[in-house]
Ligand binder design. Structure first.
Ligand SMILES: [Zn+2]
Length: 83
């Protein structure tokens, strides 16, 4: 029987997905706007949960809500029902 590794739900959610798929995700995880970036063409938005200013790359999907890393982790923990 082939060995099937346990999938990590956190890693599953963070896996690289195609642009097409990306437009259908619930959230785009962004870093706080205060995070230093080597890019000068980043876009800025507000976290849909806590309202903190976030920055994201211009090529990230526009339709999904933006969420900061901190809230994203909380969301994932809530979804798993564990702490
Ligand atoms: Zn937030």
């Amino acid at each position: 029987m082939p060995y099937v590794g346990k999938t990590n739900p956190l890693l599953d959610k963070l896996k690289i997905i195609s642009d097409e798929e990306a437009e259908t995700v619930d959230y785009v995880v962004c870093v706080p706007a205060s995070t230093p970036s080597r890019f000068t063409d980043d876009f800025f938005g507000d976290c849909c949960k806590c309202g903190v200013k976030v920055r994201y790359r211009w090529h990230m999907p526009r339709k999904p809500k933006k969420i900061c890393l901190e809230c994203a982790v909380k969301e994932m923990e809530a979804e798993r029902g564990t702490k």
